[in-house]
Structure formats: structure tokens, C-alpha cells
Design a protein around this ligand. Structure first.
Ligand code: OGA
Ligand code: NI
Length: 365
């Protein structure tokens, strides 16, 4: 997954957030305290009636054509206007969902020395630690992460697959297989919702798709108004599948019309979002929306996030069917491996990484 950066980086001391919390600091260390403009407004965390769309997968795959048509329309609206939706009745067995949550939680509960056997080297994104930190003065997220490349096998780093808790590897394999199939199905319906003739257009284009998982553990924070669980960003994937821990508090927020909207957890639902790759392929019709995570004063929160993306060899650009006079081409063609490298060697900064793919607006002479 992450190539080791070719430039030297000095990140300074990075506190482990779970350990930090144990010390019950009376003040949040400065490196976690956000500048005024970035601090979350707690008012934004109250439930918003204008919640993100819900897609019922059982109706999409079902035999009722009318119902299917309605879900496709909803999917299209969700992708155009929100870039996010929650999938219910996704067909993944509840034991699979529960097991991954359990091993993830058990991993984060291990003593620090055990977790540090799988360190995330500075500037890389696999292993245990904090990703996307590139300098000593960069603000830190109130989060511990554990990330692994899963598919294709060549992106795996077996040394980072933990031996504890027991069955971690098998559980992740089973989970990832199910999520991979869900991604393939969703991409097929996304193609239909775009009016593309071939349902398997993305599967064909992507080659042997890259799949990575990141488990995010957000300890509670005595001053959730000062910190961010995860900095604002868009995902570099084609699509992302996010599972929130059972009984999870609100934490994920998405930027909608300039306001941060909280995603209300729905039991057994999975949160799906459009990543940068689909934004480029659809020439901006489907949006890769900026999002972030906030923390909670009393509750910890766990999320298990799968990134599904094309093979690194693939050349990408807006699809010809989605470019015309009214929708001129907005992104250049590029190699997806180059884009991934660009993504993982820059800090999370809103939608800044997608600038990589943008066609410079013509400057009139
Ligand atoms: C991510 C992400 C949000 C969350 O890992 O890319 O957006 O709620 N996570 O954990
Ligand atoms: Ni994300």
C-alpha cells in the first residue's frame, strides 16, 4: 500500500492517545489543540433532521422492478448530492460484522508494547500509530489507528498482521471477502445509476482491485471542542465502506453546503462514501465529499474502514460517456498508482489531494 517516502521526515514525538488519556491530563497537549477555525462546534453534533440517504440493498437486488428503480434513483441522488449513504439489509451476516468489531476492539485494548510490535513507520500508512503526519508542527488527530493492506496479496505486509488477539487474521480475511463483494455489487449499481450501458464497467476497468482496511479508535476526550478525531479529508478510494462500533456515538461528520452534518449511526447499517476515484471517473458528477471525525466527552468510538480502489497500474480519467459540451472534461488522465502515492505522502487537508487530477482552468490571454 504505502510506499516509503523518498524524502526525510521529522514528525517529533507522537503521543499514543489511549495512553495519554490514562494520565487524565488537566490540559490537552498543544499538538492536539486545533486552531480556532478548525475546532468543531458542538452545536453541529445535535441530530440533524436532514440526514444522509439510506439505501436498502435487498430492494436493489430484489425482483420487484419498480422498487429497484426507486432505489436506483435514490442511489443517484445520494451520490450526486451527498457523496455518502448508509446501506441497510446489505446481506452480510451479523456474525461477520460483530467478529471484526470484537477483534478490532481487542487489538486496541492490548498493552501498548504489544501494539507497538506493529509500528506504522513515519510517512507510511500501514501498522499501528498515526497516519498522515509529516512534520513536527502538524496538529495531531485524537485517534489511534491500525491499518493493513489486504488485497491483492502483494500489498500485504505479513509482519504487520498481529498474532494477538487470536483469530485476528482469519476474521479480517472473512470480513474483507464480504466487503469486497459488497463493493463490487455497489459499483455495479452505481454504474446503472449513471446510465452506463455496462454494469461491470468499473470491475473491468479496475483490474485486481486494491483493498485496505483502517481501524480507527477514538478515545473519549475531556475537551471535544478543542480537538478533532480525524482531520477533514476526502478518501482517495473509489468507494469506502465504514462500519461503526455497536452503540457508537456520533462521530463522523460530512461537509454539506459549507456545514458539518453528523452521520447518525443506524444499527447494522454500513456507511458508504464516494472516493476521489469515482469523482474523477464520473467527471465530477458523483462527489467525493469532505468528512472528518469528532470525539465525545465520555464515550470511546471505533470505526472499521475499508478502502476499495483500482489496481495501481490502471490509467484513469473521466469516462467518455460523462464528458460532453455541457460537461467539459475537468480532470486529466493519470496513473492510479501515482495518485495513491501522492495521497499517502501528503497530510489530510480537505479535498486538496484531488488538485492532483484537476485540469488547470484555462487562463485567458
Ligand atoms: C477514514 C474516515 C471516519 C470515521 O478513516 O477515512 O473518514 O468516522 N473515518 O472513523
Ligand atoms: Ni475518510
Amino acid at each position: 500500500m504505502a510506499p516509503v517516502p523518498s524524502f526525510p521526515i521529522k514528525v517529533g514525538h507522537i503521543d499514543d492517545v489511549q495512553e495519554l488519556r490514562k494520565t487524565e491530563p488537566t490540559q490537552i497537549p498543544q499538538r492536539f489543540v486545533r486552531d480556532m477555525s478548525e475546532r468543531p462546534k458542538l452545536a453541529a453534533m445535535v441530530p440533524s433532521p436532514n440526514d444522509i440517504p439510506i439505501i436498502d440493498l435487498s430492494k436493489l437486488v430484489g425482483s420487484d422492478r419498480d422498487e429497484q428503480g426507486r432505489q436506483i434513483v435514490q442511489l443517484k441522488t445520494a451520490c450526486e448530492e451527498w457523496g455518502f449513504f448508509q446501506v441497510v439489509n446489505h446481506g452480510i451476516d451479523s456474525s461477520v460484522v460483530e467478529n471484526i468489531e470484537e477483534v478490532a476492539k481487542d487489538f486496541f485494548m492490548l498493552p501498548l508494547e504489544e501494539k507497538q510490535k506493529y509500528p506504522m513507520a513515519p510517512g507510511t500508512v500501514q501498522g499501528y500509530g498515526q497516519a498522515f503526519v509529516f512534520s513536527e508542527n502538524q496538529k495531531l488527530d485524537w485517534c489511534n489507528m491500525f491499518a493493513l493492506g489486504v488485497e491483492p496479496p502483494c500489498i500485504r505486509n505479513p509482519e504487520l498482521w498481529p498474532s494477538k488477539p487470536a483469530h485476528f487474521g482469519e476474521t479480517l480475511e472473512v470480513y474483507s471477502r464480504e466487503i469486497r463483494q459488497l463493493c463490487k455489487n455497489l459499483l455495479r449499481y452505481i454504474a446503472v445509476s449513471l446510465g452506463l450501458k455496462k454494469g461491470d464497467v468499473f470491475e473491468e476497468m479496475f483490474g485486481e482491485a486494491v483493498q485496505a482496511v483502517r481501524m480507527n479508535y477514538y478515545p473519549s476526550c475531556s475537551r471535544p471542542d478543542l480537538v478533532l478525531g480525524l482531520s477533514p479529508h476526502s478518501d482517495g478510494s473509489a468507494i469506502t465502506v465504514l462500519q461503526q462500533g455497536k452503540g457508537s456515538s456520533v462521530g463522523l461528520q460530512i461537509l454539506k453546503e459549507g456545514k458539518w452534518v453528523s452521520v447518525q449511526p443506524i444499527p447494522n447499517a454500513l456507511v458508504i462514501n464516494i472516493g476521489d476515484t469515482i469523482e474523477v471517473l464520473t467527471n465530477g458528477r458523483y462527489k467525493s465529499v469532505e468528512h472528518r471525525a469528532v470525539t465525545h466527552k465520555e464515550k470511546d468510538r471505533l470505526s472499521i474502514v475499508t478502502f476499495y480502489a483500482p489496481s495501481y497500474e490502471v490509467e484513469l480519467g473521466p469516462m467518455a460517456e460523462l464528458v460532453d459540451k455541457k460537461n467539459p472534461c475537468r480532470y486529466k488522465r493519470y496513473n492510479h498508482g501515482d495518485y495513491s502515492k501522492h495521497y499517502v505522502t501528503n497530510k489530510l487537508q480537505g479535498k486538496r489531494t484531488l488538485e492532483f487530477a484537476k485540469i488547470e482552468p484555462e487562463t485567458s490571454a
